[in-house]
Design a binder for this molecule. Structure first.
Ligand SMILES: [Mn+2]
Length: 477
């Protein structure tokens, strides 16, 4: 089992012991099970890109689409092979899908092309009014399709995602995803799930069966009207392989007049992996930097500079020609990124107003405050300043918080460590006054209490909040 795990980074042995048409629990909210949808919903093509996918996960995806989609709504399934090497994905696959009761077409990329270009190819040869993109290791559950198509029928500018349930990479157990999280992104422009804010619960009057407006999509699974997909410029074909394309299409949908939703009555499972089994030509880092650079240059206006301080490496990549994307933005008269932040994602982690953004350095020791990639409720750290942004970037916000991504420096007891807690915007323990004369941050306890580095614990270097022995006891460095 452990040997086979390495092939795809999931428990392939378990997958092979499970039927391709296994039953799944119905994890929908009760209110979803009785909803009625119109008969004349638009038909969809399902486009699935794969690269060296395991036989069982790929065919279980296909089978679940066939078994759980009303036949009159399913135009076809298009499998796009992004230049796999495995033999069973060639003739054997083509012969197998020929016997299925829904048209399944297999098309091949002539070289490793990546998710974006492979999806574009699949979309271009498909024929349904709606295009539904799925990952190659998914399982669709009962009633997954109708609520998605119903939203698009209502308004073709609505792009819809199902709730993504979790198929364990270890046991293949099926676990319901939450309808209480939606898509956002952090300072490094990584997609992240965050709790659905109260304003969105209120807008739906507390009815959790109604679709959630989400600032971003995870990227793997969504449905979009074919004409609308064309109209808003499909994908940025200048992006390579994978990464950033999900935020790019999310920003574009919202800024250019569309709507992006998570339809909470639609559930599709996905095998989440802890590590990627894929190799990326040229290296993952470079590709994602290039894609993110294009994303920032085209869609983020002045906020791109915020991102570049966090990720200075991004400014060093060659990101190619973006003129067709900027003219697309102009042609569609898309709104500015500040509009998106204010109206679609007001709870975003990016502070709209701040005094400064950068490192907090002790010039004497050349050490910097560093979040050490730690999580909520852990201590803030210090580390040699590296000037590479990332974990050493803090913002002193207009609320006088010292903030790193969604965490704020918080001092709850004297001589205790300075912790990183979720920003609460209520000042109190998270209020820091900046003193430009002595150049230090003062906690809410008063001017004589400051952040200082407690170096006595040799390995467990603590940053604590202490009382100054005498005013001006620290040098003005
Ligand atoms: Mn996946």
């Amino acid at each position: 089992m452990k040997e086979m795990f390495k092939i795809n980074q999931f428990n392939l042995m378990a997958s092979e012991m499970i039927a391709l048409n296994r039953s799944l629990p119905d994890v929908r909210l009760e209110g979803c099970k009785t909803k009625v949808y119109p008969d004349d919903l638009p038909r969809t093509s399902v486009v699935i890109v794969f690269h060296n996918e395991a036989w069982t996960t790929l065919l279980r995806t296909v089978q679940s689409v066939i078994d759980r989609s009303p036949r009159h709504l399913l135009e076809e399934i298009v499998l796009v092979d992004d230049f796999s090497e495995r033999d069973f994905l060639k003739k054997q696959l083509e012969q197998y899908v020929r016997k299925l009761e829904v048209p399944v077409r297999v098309i091949r990329m002539e070289q490793r092309s990546g998710l974006i270009r492979a999806r574009l190819k699949g979309a271009s040869i498909s024929t349904g009014q709606v295009i539904t993109f799925l990952d190659a290791h998914c399982e669709c559950t009962t009633g997954w399709l109708e609520p998605l198509l119903a939203r698009i029928k209502l308004d073709k500018k609505t792009v819809v995602c199902p709730i993504i349930d979790v198929i364990s990479d270890d046991t293949f157990e099926y676990m319901a995803g939450s309808d209480m999280t939606y898509g956002g992104f952090n300072w490094k422009l990584n997609f992240r799930w965050y709790p659905v804010p109260q304003r969105e619960m209120d807008r739906r009057k507390g009815d959790r069966t109604l679709p959630v407006r989400t600032p971003t999509m995870a990227g793997g699974l969504f449905s979009i009207d074919r004409d609308y997909f064309q109209e808003i410029g499909t994908y940025d074909a200048g992006m390579d392989i994978w990464g950033g394309e999900n935020l790019e299409i999310s920003f574009r949908i919202w800024q250019c007049g569309g709507t992006l939703e998570i339809v909470t009555c639609s559930h599709v499972g996905h095998v989440f992996r802890k590590a990627t089994p894929y190799t990326f030509p040229g290296g993952t880092g470079q590709i994602i930097n290039k894609n993110n650079r294009r994303l920032a240059e085209v869609w983020m206006d002045e906020f791109k500079n915020f991102f570049y301080i966090i990720s200075p490496g991004v400014t060093k990549v060659d990101y190619g020609d973006i003129s067709s994307r900027t003219s697309l933005r102009q042609r569609l008269q898309c709104k500015p990124f500040s509009w998106y932040l204010e109206n679609v994602y007001p709870d975003s982690q990016i502070p709209r107003h701040y005094y400064s953004l950068g490192e907090i350095r002790n010039v004497e020791t050349n050490q910097c405050l560093d979040n050490m990639a730690r999580k909520e409720n852990e201590k803030v750290g210090i580390f040699n300043c590296h000037g590479m942004g990332g974990n050493q970037v803090f913002s002193y916000t207009a609320n006088k918080e010292i903030r790193t991504d969604d965490l704020c420096l918080d001092v709850s007891k004297l001589n205790g460590p300075v912790m990183m807690l979720k920003c609460h915007h209520l000042k109190g323990n998270q209020l820091w006054e900046y003193d430009p004369v002595v150049i230090m941050f003062l906690s809410f306890y008063g001017p004589e209490y400051v952040i200082t580095l407690n170096m006595r614990l040799e390995l467990l270097i603590n940053i604590v909040c202490v009382k100054l022995h005498a005013p001006g006891g620290l040098s003005a460095k």
